[in-house]
Write a protein that binds this ligand. Sequence first.
Ligand SMILES: NC(=O)C1=CN([C@@H]2O[C@H](COP(=O)(O)OP(=O)(O)OC[C@H]3O[C@@H](n4cnc5c(N)ncnc54)[C@H](O)[C@@H]3O)[C@@H](O)[C@H]2O)C=CC1
Ligand SMILES: O=C(O)[C@H]1O[C@H](OP(=O)(O)OP(=O)(O)OC[C@H]2O[C@@H](n3ccc(=O)[nH]c3=O)[C@H](O)[C@@H]2O)[C@H](O)[C@@H](O)[C@@H]1O
Length: 430
Amino acid sequence: MKLSIIGSGYVGTTIAACFADLGHDVVNVDIDEDVVEALNDGRSPIHEPGLDELIEEHAGDRLRATTDYDAVLDTDVTFLALTTPSDDDGHIDLSIMEAATKSLGSTLAEKDSDHLVVTKSTVVPTTTEEVITPILEEHSGKTAGEDFDVGMNPEFLREGSAVSDFLDPDKVVLGSNTSRGAATMRAVFDPLLERAPDAALVETGIREAEMIKYANNAFLAAKISLANDLANICKEYGVDSKEVLDAIGLDSRIGSAFLGAGVGWGGSCFPKDVAAIVAAARDVGYDPAMLEATMEVNDRQPVRMLDILRDHVDPDGARVAVLGLAFKPGTDDVRNSRAIPLVDALVDAGADVVGYDPVATANFREKFPDIDYADSAAAALDGADAALVVTDWDEFAALDDEFDAMSEAVVVDGRRIVTRRDGIVYESLV
Ligand SMILES: NC(=O)C1=CN([C@@H]2O[C@H](COP(=O)(O)OP(=O)(O)OC[C@H]3O[C@@H](n4cnc5c(N)ncnc54)[C@H](O)[C@@H]3O)[C@@H](O)[C@H]2O)C=CC1
Ligand SMILES: O=C(O)[C@H]1O[C@H](OP(=O)(O)OP(=O)(O)OC[C@H]2O[C@@H](n3ccc(=O)[nH]c3=O)[C@H](O)[C@@H]2O)[C@H](O)[C@@H](O)[C@@H]1O
């Protein structure tokens, strides 16, 4: 089939390359000329394992990119893969989505044949029907359900494993309110379901599909926050939280995934998505107590980490090494990284901060240009009075003699990855 994808960021680029690999003809439409040029040159505009290879293989053949929305006219289906950030009070900010939808609607005015528009972005329930569809109708002069269909297909891929997550998913969720739209969406996903026969197919309504995405992310974030709450209790009792969480994870009703206690969850999605569904719930008069607690526990973890540091070292004037600036290992993405509130608080307390990350230093420097940065964990530790381990990069688990170069070897481990050893004052957060 012929597919167009509006927005070529983490999601748009990944799904475009994967759909091309599955045999579809794909065109990406993005306003960023650098992104378009990279794709047409056969290069990935984002860093994701396996993506370069797919783009190199299909660019110029089944995969191309353009800044021109008219490319949509030669396709059967359009996915909207635009950013949906939070505004200051946590509500979803649809301005980018709305601008792109207007451009798409104006373009569809010129189209003679059926078309399906699928929301791929994470949007709160009713957005596709009550925001996107009216914009498409107004700008195209056409009627949804008659001249074109709309659908919703949430995405569950993770940064760092985006290609394999997309091509080998646990489930594919297709939301539709018309049988023609549902049939077209199934045809788009048939090659994927053939390649990944174990994937479950969930066919549902549009607002159910929208809510499944938030429920998925909110559940995972809540699971981590519950693990953190339990681990904090363990810490107060001198109980080994890892042994406890590993043991409960063996219960198949609980499962071991996303029970990793520590300094909490960050990234471009959990924080904004939990905040957005909490704000949306309040808008309709519901007080989402569990999800509010989920955010509160997450906000408290960095504060607890600094309290533990203060038990050993006064941050004022101390040199503090922050190991790990990315929001999780395997990425250079620092959006909502737990290192951000930690570094903010350390700087406020008068600490002399030195940060180190294997790949995320450049991105972190944009936010914190005035702290020091080291080229290695060893260099960050050299002469430091304390170290905070913030991201669970494998290389931090291997640190050993490097701690000997510290001025005072106080290590607060926010991810339970450093092995307790002689010669350091070791405190784990959980
Ligand atoms: N990043 C992730 O791992 C995941 C993200 N999501 C959701 O997918 C959606 C997209 O997220 P990302 O791919 O991370 O966003 P992103 O910020 O990486 O990419 C968005 C792209 O849209 C382009 N764009 C902006 N305005 C445009 C316009 N008017 N017309 C055409 N292109 C335009 C930008 O230049 C950019 O390349 C969000 O709703 C997000 O919550 C869902 C699952 C995973
Ligand atoms: O909606 C999205 O954008 C995506 O959000 C997350 O993916 P991602 O943010 O890439 O990363 P995760 O691996 O989920 O990690 C999120 C955060 O949770 C933290 N985490 C994860 C697992 C754990 O056990 N403990 C823990 O603290 C990580 O350190 C990280 O800060 C979801 O896992 C994806 O399914 C979803 O598609």
